[in-house]
Every structure is written in C-alpha cells, then in structure tokens.
Design a protein around this ligand. Structure first.
Ligand SMILES: [Zn+2]
Length: 171
C-alpha cells in the first residue's frame, strides 16, 4: 500500500468512501488552529517554508481544485489535470494577507462542498480514472484522488502543528 514516508498516511483505496467525512473532520481541526489569530499563524519558520496561515490557504485551494477535478472526471473520460500552481497562488491570491477566520470558514465550506460531491459517487464512479500530473504523471482512480486529498489535509495539519509547537521557532 502506498504510504507517505513523512506523516505515515496510508492510501487504503478500499476506504475511499469515507474520505469525505475524513476531509470534513480534518477541516474542523484546521478551523481550531486558524481560530487562534496570533502572530505565530503568520510566522514563516524559514523564508522558504509557508506559515500556518499560508498552509491553511493552500489546503482550502486544494479542496476547491479537487472538487472540480472529481466533477470533471464524472463528465469526461480520463481528464488530464494541469498542476494547480501551488507556489504561484501564494502570491497571486495573497495568502499572507488573508484573515484566519475567513480562511477557516472557507476551508470548512470547501470541505463540505467536496464531501458532497464525493458522497454522490457510486461504485462505478469511484473506479473512474484521471491523469494526475503531480507528483508524477500517472493514471489514478477517483478512489486515489479522494485519499490523496485526505492526505493533503492531514499532512499539512501535522506540518503546522509542528510549527506551532512551543519551542519550535527557528528550528
Ligand atoms: Zn504525508
């Protein structure tokens, strides 16, 4: 089973139908983190590492993009997805200048919107394939796409929890 070497997330494809609920649950944990509007939310531990607020904006955008991808996979055979432009969005959408409570609300809404679309997939829909171009170009089922999205939510939660842990500054 595919597994993330950093956070330990496992791509249990059989569990994909529970992905929507897991994404909503992850979003509620993000909301707790973003509700504490202190300077540390806006602090980049290193110049090239995003702040917790920037990670929150990234996860929100991932949820919105993945929703469109799942919808595209239902109406088109094997759509191919351009990368979402994760790095460009930081500047183009001004991640560092957004309000944490607005981001928390948007992230929760995006999670609910994606979960709704996932909830409507039947067994055949889950097997529909897409060409996914990140991190490498591969054919993926919607099961994988859903689990990869859960992974994004949780992996970055772990990132920001590490950043916000007492004594982590400057590490
Ligand atoms: Zn991970």
């Amino acid at each position: 089973m595919e597994r993330c070497g950093e956070c330990g997330f496992e791509y249990d494809l059989g569990g994909a139908p529970k992905a929507g609920a897991a994404i909503v649950e992850g979003a509620s944990q993000w909301a707790v983190i973003l509700s504490d509007d202190t300077t540390s939310l806006r602090h980049r531990p290193r110049p090239d590492t995003w702040s917790p607020l920037e990670y929150g904006c990234h996860v929100r955008d991932v949820l919105l993009v993945q929703r469109e991808r799942v919808l595209a996979a239902r109406r088109t055979d094997r759509p191919s997805f351009d990368p979402m432009g994760r790095d460009e969005r930081v500047e183009h959408d001004g991640y560092a200048h957004q309000h944490p409570d607005a981001v928390a609300r948007q992230l929760s809404d995006a999670a609910g919107m994606l979960a709704n679309v996932l909830h409507r997939l039947d067994a055949r829909d889950w097997a529909r394939c897409v060409t996914y171009n990140y991190p490498q170009r591969l054919e993926r089922s919607l099961r994988w796409v859903a689990l990869h999205t859960v992974h994004e939510v949780r992996h970055h939660l772990a990132d920001v929890r590490r950043q916000l842990a007492p004594g982590s500054h400057g590490s």
